[in-house]
Write a protein that binds this ligand. Structure first.
Ligand code: NOJ
Length: 555
């Protein structure tokens, strides 16, 4: 069995996602700054964090909050300067924390100089850097693909009299990875950041970079007669050649990691994507985040789902990476609603739910990724009208729901449940105005609960989600098997409890997390010879889990 000391630093640590616009505003402007992250390094150390994934903070028009990059070598002035970033990297290093940049390489902003030139004519130095196609004979878009944010995936360009492809928003034109100059430019950018001392990269929307050789219509999969661009282009054969080239030029021989955002990689293909033969050290794979939708055809009509569905998917992913590769463990990110709503169908406080699911997050095999605020037990916010949302995807989802026949009230309720903005509300640092995030009105409303749910109040409360996350981070550090141990699911048919064993060479832990509001009994043989190491509800009861109680036993 692997020893902890044989693992790479990024396998032994805990990662934390910072959405910089909402983390801490040190400039009295209502949006967060890089200097704000530096100010909170002690806080992150107290959670055992060794890597911070900073979502894009490059110069950007911010149509998609930085996922539309204008210049990959500059920090957007709203976040500060390159000197601020260099300071974060250096001070992070002093705290044993490495900075992970987000590479948005499927597309740029339409304001990126490459695109501005590309769109200006059909024969310029960047003419072939994006995916351009002629209109059909009737002037309509080249294919019937629907973009991920809704509407056609093609936008018309007057100057070139051609369409360009945008998998996401029209302001996010897709790069043409077939062009070796594009690939080299992206390699150079990544190496620019390696030169700054970053600890790795989260690589955005990576499954879309390769398009099929012939772009053609797909069968309509919605009322709009369109076909999803995801189905049309995700994971196109040949994509791994591009990625191997990129990895060889950026990753090989360096002590950094690559985590890919890889929606749509099938389980049987994982071996080619992660691990020794693969291109990524870890892969964000989304099958478990799809479970709360049930078998729904469309996002706004979620179907019933059961805990056993979630556990099966999590167990499968644990098994896939048993021999090869490593997973990031996550239940939240900036594209997901809060996990206290998303993964629970029962009554109970957000704090109790955050602690129960946080136990799973920090004890499965893989590198836990905590989304900012998750450790405080954030809940979804209540959004009173569609105008309160900033996110372009939520706004288009609202229109989509109306198109599906929803009333305005129903469409708003669906957006409340699923909006990405739930994960993006400002961090709550204390009980002062704006939760201590900013001295002025923040860009997105602070959650109403900030007087109770904030890091200062929770630090002083041993029963808070924050104290629980800290305790578990310490336990993960103490108990080698929580990092290296084998995973074996227990009680697989339970619809209330997620239970598993993490067996190491010398010691073993058993995790029992009651993710329901029922009191549940369990067979004490599962933990025979073991003692409770930590529990969310104080002293553990033998053979019984109280509602939303989680206990970690150890031998
Ligand atoms: C995935 C990112 O996580 C999301 O926030 C973004 O909107 C899209 N990729 C487009 O870059």
């Amino acid at each position: 069995m692997t020893k902890k000391s044989d693992l790479a630093w990024w396998q032994r640590t805990i990662a934390y996602e910072v959405y910089p616009k909402s983390f801490l505003d040190t400039a009295n402007q209502g949006t967060g700054t890089i200097a704000g992250i530096t100010q909170r390094l002690d806080y992150l150390s107290s959670l055992g964090v060794g890597a911070i994934w900073v979502t894009p903070c490059y110069k950007s028009p911010m149509v998609d909050n930085g996922y539309d990059v204008e210049d990959y070598r500059q920090i957007d002035p709203s976040f500060g300067t390159m000197a601020d970033m260099e300071e974060l990297i250096a001070k992070g290093g002093e705290h044993g924390i490495r900075i992970v940049m987000d590479l948005v390489f499927n597309h740029t902003s339409d304001q990126c100089p490459w695109f501005r030139e590309s769109r200006s004519s059909r024969d310029n130095a960047h003419a072939d850097w994006y995916v351009w196609r002629d209109a059909r004979a009737d002037g309509s878009a080249p294919t019937n693909w629907r973009s991920i944010f809704g509407g056609s995936a093609w936008a018309w360009c007057e100057e070139r009299q051609q369409y360009y492809l945008h998998t996401f928003a029209p302001q996010q034109p897709d790069l043409n990875w077939e062009n070796p100059d594009v690939r080299q430019a992206l390699i150079d950018i990544a190496n620019f950041w390696v030169g700054k001392g970053v600890g790795g990269f989260r690589i955005d929307a990576i499954t879309y970079i390769k398009k099929p050789a012939v772009l053609s219509d797909g069968p309509a999969d919605g009322e709009d007669g369109m076909y999803s661009v995801h189905a049309a282009t995700a994971n196109t054969p040949g994509i791994l050649d591009f990625l191997h080239e990129f990895k060889a030029a950026v990753r090989d021989g360096r002590d950094i990691f690559f985590v890919g955002e890889a929606n749509g990689v099938a389980a049987e293909d994982l071996g080619a994507w992660v691990g020794e033969r693969g291109v990524f050290d870890m892969l964000f794979e989304f099958s478990h985040t799809h479970v709360p939708m049930g078998a729904a055809e469309v996002w706004c009509r979620p179907a019933e789902w059961r805990l056993t569905d979630l556990k099966r998917v999590l167990t499968e992913s644990q098994e896939h990476t048993k021999e090869n590769g490593w997973y990031p463990i996550f239940f939240e990110n900036h594209d997901q609603p809060r996990s206290t709503v998303n993964f629970f169908r029962c009554e109970g406080s957000a704090a109790a739910k955050a602690k129960a699911l946080g136990t799973v997050l920090l004890t499965l095999r893989g590198t836990p990724f905590i989304m900012q605020g998750q450790e405080l037990g954030y809940d979804n916010r209540v959004w009173g009208s569609v105008d309160e949302f900033d996110d372009l995807q939520t706004r288009s989802q609202y229109e989509f729901a109306l198109g599906e026949g929803f009333t305005a009230e129903q469409a708003l309720a669906a957006c409340n449940r699923f909006s990405r903005d739930n994960a993006r509300t400002p961090m709550q640092w204390d009980a002062s105005a704006n939760g201590g995030f900013s001295s002025v009105t923040p860009w997105l409303p602070v959650h109403d609960d900030y007087q109770q749910v904030n890091s200062e109040t929770e630090s002083a409360d041993p029963e808070s989600p924050l104290s629980w996350f800290r305790r578990l981070a310490a336990l993960r550090d103490e108990r080698e098997e929580l990092v290296t141990g084998d995973y074996e699911e227990l009680m697989p048919s339970s619809e209330q409890v997620y239970a598993y064993r993490r067996a190491g060479e010398r010691s073993t832990c058993v995790v029992l997390a009651n993710l329901s509001a029922d009191e549940v009994s369990y067979d004490t043989l599962l933990v025979s010879g073991m003692t409770p190491l930590v529990g969310t509800h104080g002293e553990a009861l033998v053979g019984t889990l109280r509602p939303l109680e989680a206990v970690v036993f150890g031998s």
